[in-house]
Design a protein around this ligand. Sequence first.
Ligand SMILES: Nc1ncnc2c1ncn2[C@@H]1O[C@H](COP(=O)(O)OP(=O)(O)OP(=O)(O)O)[C@@H](O)[C@H]1O
Ligand SMILES: O=P(O)(O)OC[C@H]1O[C@H](OP(=O)(O)OP(=O)(O)O)[C@H](O)[C@@H]1O
Length: 234
Amino acid sequence: MDMPSPLTPATPADAAPVILALPKGRILSEVGPVLDRAGIVPATDYADEDSRRLRFPTNDPALDVVRVRPFDVATFVAHGAAQIGICGADVLMEFDYAEIYAPLDLGIGRCRVSIAEPTPREPDEDTARWSRVTVATKYPNIAQRHFAQRGIQAEIVHLNGAMELAPSLGLAKLIVDLVQTGSTLKANGLVETEVIAPVTSRLIVNRTALKTRPEAIGAWIARFRAALAETAGL
Ligand SMILES: Nc1ncnc2c1ncn2[C@@H]1O[C@H](COP(=O)(O)OP(=O)(O)OP(=O)(O)O)[C@@H](O)[C@H]1O
Ligand SMILES: O=P(O)(O)OC[C@H]1O[C@H](OP(=O)(O)OP(=O)(O)O)[C@H](O)[C@@H]1O
């Protein structure tokens, strides 16, 4: 009888479940209906943020779900720890990972990355004459790139939240953050002065996984595409 070699992995990669990384926090509730339409039913506590579990089986033994911080979805997928994921275009723009392919716009988590300041700019204020500006943001790369394109050097104050406090407390002249309704800016005495980019959530895929497991990964992309088509037909 053939004995398994100690060098043979217990679960060959192509038999291991595909891992779908989902963002905890505000998009998770919008992701639920998309999963439903794609026929994916994770263990019920995946949406319970009080649950300490991070990896969840689904109704399909070929798919497990992990729940991670929104910025980390891109990291898990870029490194192939998860083969597919759902994350905001803001996160993709910030990291610009070559390993990530984003085939589908899921149309959820709709907002924009914008610049906001304490007072509206005078119409004749010539920002082209700025050479440097201090910017509070959790998107240092997006902010730096945006201002660099205008010949302005952005000095970044990297915050993970509550950016809106920065201008009034003298931490930065302006902020780069997500805006949806504008109510957070308004409540903190800021006005949106420029939209850098619109944002929605995307289905993302690890490029190597798509090459090495084209059938499995391609089938999941097709399931999400069909779910979107169904939404469009509603
Ligand atoms: N106001 C908003 N409206 C719509 N979508 C948003 C809004 N804010 C964030 N998003 C989307 O949801 C994603 C996650 O945002 P969320 O605010 O939950 O993350 P976070 O607070 O940065 O997470 P963390 O817990 O890691 O700090 C963002 O990357 C973006 O794509
Ligand atoms: O324009 P609005 O509708 O007010 O939305 C914008 C707010 O939403 C996001 O924060 P979130 O509420 O996700 O909390 P966070 O600061 O913890 O990320 C973002 O960072 C803004 O603060």
